[in-house]
Ligand binder design. Structure first.
Ligand SMILES: [Zn+2]
Length: 347
């Protein structure tokens, strides 16, 4: 399978965390920018002291965890080094540059607004920084980007309410959706039922990380509160009825192969349900989750689908089609992108 085919196929990415896209070089740069320690309560779980200046080598070490907990600590360590609106502008712009290199023409990017607020940062100026980065990225690379504001499940509904209110406030400025991430066990979807209803009434679209670290009941709960897309959904495979419902309703599932292996929620490619989901008619999309932190790219994820699961070119085209189909873009834009994929297919 020619890498060039995957490279030139027009693609969208729907499960991509802004904070997880920060490359070691950029984090080292940010770390030099802000060489002042944070308040000690934020230092508690840090791999090194938050105030330490990290070299690129330190960051590579920080990104070499072996399990979910190690990943969460590294993620936290990254967010601790994102301080100013300029930091957010820089990482947004660099992310879009990476997208361009892979012919990812549209992305829906999670921002951990729950974490930003938990750290006591003023979100308004940060959002302006993100938007400046997005506008520059659109101008320089022609990439379309929508934001998804992510709340942290285990911080509870009150904290999430604040995140979703911010999403509603900025809805006209490229904020398409809301989501919940974090610990599924310590933050059941039911807690957020009323908030999801309210967000939908305000015109926001709904996603949820579910079935990544827990069983299929977590995915049922996400569906029950109105989630339109499922992030990860690994454990869907354990429940044939759930597979049937998701296939019937064509609920998109955001698969993140490298992420699942690196965090250890999946033991190996042989155990991963990607191909069975696809064969059973689920609307599967491929994503990186946190490309810098998992040393991957969307092109690599497509290559893995070929190498580890034997996907054909036609099947990859279908996955690329799904990525636009499952997006939260307005219909006309969606159609325009789908035409690009279909035009590519005819070549
Ligand atoms: Zn994620």
């Amino acid at each position: 399978m020619a890498k060039s085919f995957i490279q030139s196929l027009p693609k969208a990415e729907l499960h991509l965390h802004l904070e997880g896209s920060v490359e070691p070089g950029t984090l080292a740069e940010l770390s030099r920018r802000h060489n002042t320690p944070l308040p000690t309560e934020n230092n508690r779980y840090d791999v090194r002291g938050s105030g330490d200046v990290l070299s690129e080598e330190d960051v590579r070490r920080l990104y070499s965890y072996k399990d979910f907990n190690g990943f969460m600590l590294a993620f936290k360590s990254v967010t601790e080094r994102l301080r100013t609106p300029e930091d957010y502008e820089l990482i947004t712009y660099r992310l879009m540059q990476k997208l361009r290199q892979q012919n990812i023409v549209h992305a829906e990017v999670y921002v951990s607004v729950g974490v930003i607020r938990w750290r006591g940062q003023d979100f308004g100026p940060i959002f302006e920084g993100m938007e400046r980065g997005r506008e520059r990225g659109l101008r320089d690379f022609g990439i379309s980007l929508l934001w998804i504001f992510d709340a942290v499940r285990h911080f509870g509904p009150e904290a999430a309410a604040e995140v979703f209110d911010l999403a509603a406030q900025y809805r006209e400025r490229n904020v398409a959706a809301i989501g919940i991430g974090g610990d599924e066990r310590r933050g059941p979807a039911e807690w957020f039922r009323d908030l999801y209803k309210k967000a939908a009434d305000q015109g926001l679209r709904l996603t949820a990380h579910a079935g990544e670290t827990t069983g299929p009941e977590s995915v049922w709960s996400a569906l029950n509160i109105g989630a339109e897309r499922i992030g990860h959904g690994l454990s869907i495979a354990q429940d044939p009825e759930l597979v049937e419902v998701l296939a019937h309703k064509q609920v998109p599932v955001e698969i993140c192969l490298s992420s699942n292996l690196r965090t250890g929620v999946c033991a190996g490619f042989g155990e991963h349900p990607l191909k069975s989901f696809f064969d059973e008619g689920l609307m599967v999309t491929l994503n990186t989750d946190d490309p810098a932190m998992f040393q991957t790219s969307l092109c690599k994820e497509y290559e893995l689908a070929v190498e580890e699961f034997g996907f054909s070119r036609d099947q990859l085209r279908e996955i690329a089609r799904n990525s636009f189909e499952a997006s939260f873009l307005p219909v006309e834009k969606k159609l325009r992108f789908l035409q690009q994929v279909d035009g590519f297919a005819k070549r």
